[in-house]
Ligand binder design. Structure first.
Ligand code: GCB
Length: 601
């Protein structure tokens, strides 16, 4: 077995990568009988299913769309004789857990629906022949899964998803599947860390894998000229007059790693830049930056949470049009292709682990907003949850560490943080996370309303403090907006009085707004109210110099579980789910284009 590698698949003279995306076979397994009935060797009565995509929104019945339990995918692949020695199937993500079989033999298991994993099929697959690939998937939630949730059993025995979070529990093979061929002792990973030295940059690197073969590392500029090269698994490249990767003005070099003489080669684009928190400022290449942008979701009509280059392209175009420079991958790590595009476009990413729903309420987001209170971290499931949380932080950082766009790690969204149990839990998560990133990027997490300045036990674990606040929506909305402003300022004054000397970023604020709803004077849910709410929020943000960023909730309307709080989904989008602007999009464009790129002095 080869070491699992977090590297994105590429093809060249030593490596092969064939996509297995397309129309797979699919079958629900409501009685969880597939294993015993021999489904690992082939599905008895499959229907067709596109990959990558969520299965839900293709269906026309409730039972199928909202299905909870085991479900199976199957496809075939031809393995050429000439394929490199080690053969793996790499899944970008399977939500929420998977068991993979090749020709009836189990080759991998993975927990967690938002990070890649590989199945080594070198032994199980036959060369020069067709091979069968079967994946058993399960989408159930519990208090030790990430994200957290539960299911309810209906009178007819059917299970219904009860997420503790505010997005539809989409499931399926959500990202591309690749057949990857590498040499047996391939390069399995690398990492880079940057230091600026006058006009030069030092690229500190490490390379893993390659057996005992000599390793060479070189760096080419965007025109393909080699600008630095050296040898060894660990070392430094000096780049003369380095062209830095800047916010919304990206410049990418190409790092080329080779093992032996033509034995293996891996290459990838990297951006040279530094990230540092200095007092209340966020510095990129030593220059302050004010974060402007969005909390997003991977969510679109028909494909659900499946990755689509087309949706990603449109989203980046819309974000660029507003003058944004940043987004948070709320509430889980996104497909790798998002980060590749952000690297190219000079966008900053707060990369979030799927630790959401750590509060015991199916309406935690609303309950929290209204000041209701639940504990979470005193329960017997916590050791399993903690182990899972650490595992997913490790997998996220291993996958995303070399992206220039990633400037911070968010280790949670809106957990309970006011008890000693929470303190103990998150101290462990943060201590572990601090050992993982070669670039030592800032660690943070998004705090909800109960994580108030006088109650929160966890904010000091963070290098920058991210607040999700809904004054004027969940608190004192509509005609009470003046009171909302007073309450908002009262909280901000308490934070100010703490003199924490760290940056604060609003990672959520927003109002549900129906694209067709207009009213003068405004009412909640109208486009007019969304703008009034934003104007009040901007006034408050601009009154506190430690506020160093604003990421509105949400970029676009998105699907949620049904309920009285949601009109076929969450409508807090600045864009509709079809990615067309609401009035607020123009408001942001005006504000963000006028704001300096740097921090507000
Ligand atoms: C929050 C959650 C987010 C919800 C949002 C809302 O605080 O972090 O997942 O969608 O509020 O709209 O209520």
């Amino acid at each position: 077995m080869s070491t699992p590698s977090p590297l994105y698949p590429i093809q060249n003279e030593s490596r092969a990568a064939l996509t297995l995306d397309g129309l797979w076979r699919f079958q629900f397994d409501p009685r969880a009988e597939g294993e015993a009935a021999g489904w690992p060797a082939g599905l008895p009565a499959p229907i067709s299913m596109p990959v990558p995509a969520s299965f839900s929104d293709f269906f026309t019945t409730h039972a199928e769309r909202d299905y909870v339990g085991d479900f199976w995918y199957e496809t075939g692949f031809f393995l050429p004789e000439t394929f490199p020695e080690t053969v793996c199937v790499r899944f970008g993500s399977v939500t929420h857990r998977a068991v993979v079989y090749c020709n009836g033999v189990e080759v991998a298991r993975h927990e967690g629906g938002f990070l890649p994993f590989t199945a080594d099929v070198t032994a199980a697959a036959r060369r020069g022949a067709m091979n069968q690939l079967v994946v058993k998937v399960n989408n159930e939630l519990s208090e030790s899964t990430l994200p957290c949730g539960a299911q309810k059993e209906m009178p007819d025995g059917r299970k219904l998803s009860k997420p503790y979070f505010d997005f539809y529990n989409y499931a399926g093979i959500h990202r591309s599947v690749w057949l990857v061929g590498t040499p047996a002792q391939a390069i399995t990973d690398y990492s880079v860390r940057y230091e600026l030295d006058g006009a030069d940059a030092l690229v500190h690197y490490t390379v893993e894998g390659g057996g005992d073969r000599p390793v060479r590392v070189s760096l080419a500029d965007a025109e393909g000229n080699t600008v630095a090269q050296t040898e060894g698994r660990k070392g430094v490249l000096r780049v003369k007059d380095a062209h830095l990767w800047q916010v919304r003005s990206a410049y990418l070099y190409r790092i080329v790693l080779t093992a032996g003489d033509g034995y293996d080669r891996y290459e990838e684009k990297i951006g040279i830049r530094t990230v540092k928190i200095d007092g209340r400022r966020i510095l990129i290449n030593g220059q302050p930056v004010y974060l402007k942008g969005f909390g997003k979701h991977e969510d679109a009509d028909i494909i659900g949470r499946g990755f689509s280059w087309a949706v990603a392209k449109r989203d980046f175009e819309c974000m660029k049009w507003t003058g944004a420079n940043c987004f948070r991958t709320s509430h889980y790590p996104y497909a790798e292709e998002w980060y590749q595009m952000a690297d190219e476009e000079g966008f900053l990413i707060i990369d979030e682990v799927p630790a959401v729903g750590m509060m015991r309420s199916t309406h935690n987001f609303a309950a929290a907003g209204m000041g209701q209170y639940t504990y979470f971290f005193e329960t017997p499931t916590v050791p399993a949850l903690l182990a899972n949380h650490k595992q997913q932080v490790a997998e996220m950082m291993a996958r995303d560490k070399n992206h220039a766009s990633v400037i911070a790690w968010s280790l949670f969204n809106e957990p309970e943080t006011t008890s000693e149990y929470a303190r103990k839990y998150f101290s462990e998560v943060f201590a572990y996370a601090r050992t993982l990133d070669p670039q030592q990027r800032p660690l943070t997490g998004a705090f909800e309303k109960n994580s108030a300045p006088d109650k929160c036990r966890c904010y000091d674990l963070c290098d920058m403090i991210c607040l999700n606040r809904y004054y004027g929506w969940y608190i004192s909305g509509g005609p009470e907006i003046d009171e909302a402003e007073l309450k908002f300022r009262a909280e901000m004054d308490k934070w100010a009085a703490k003199k924490l000397d760290v940056p604060f970023v609003f990672t959520e604020f927003g109002t549900d707004t129906l694209a067709a709803e207009h009213k003068l004077p405004s009412v909640m849910w109208s486009q007019e109210y969304q703008n009034e709410y934003l104007a009040m929020n901007f006034k408050v943000f601009d009154s506190y110099d430690f506020v160093q960023g604003e990421l509105v909730w949400n970029f676009a309307d998105f699907q949620t579980t049904e309920g009285i709080m949601r009109v076929n989904g969450n409508k807090k989008g600045v864009f509709t789910r079809q990615r067309q602007p609401k009035d607020a999009a123009f408001t942001f464009k005006r504000r963000w284009e006028a704001l300096p790129e740097g921090c507000k002095e």
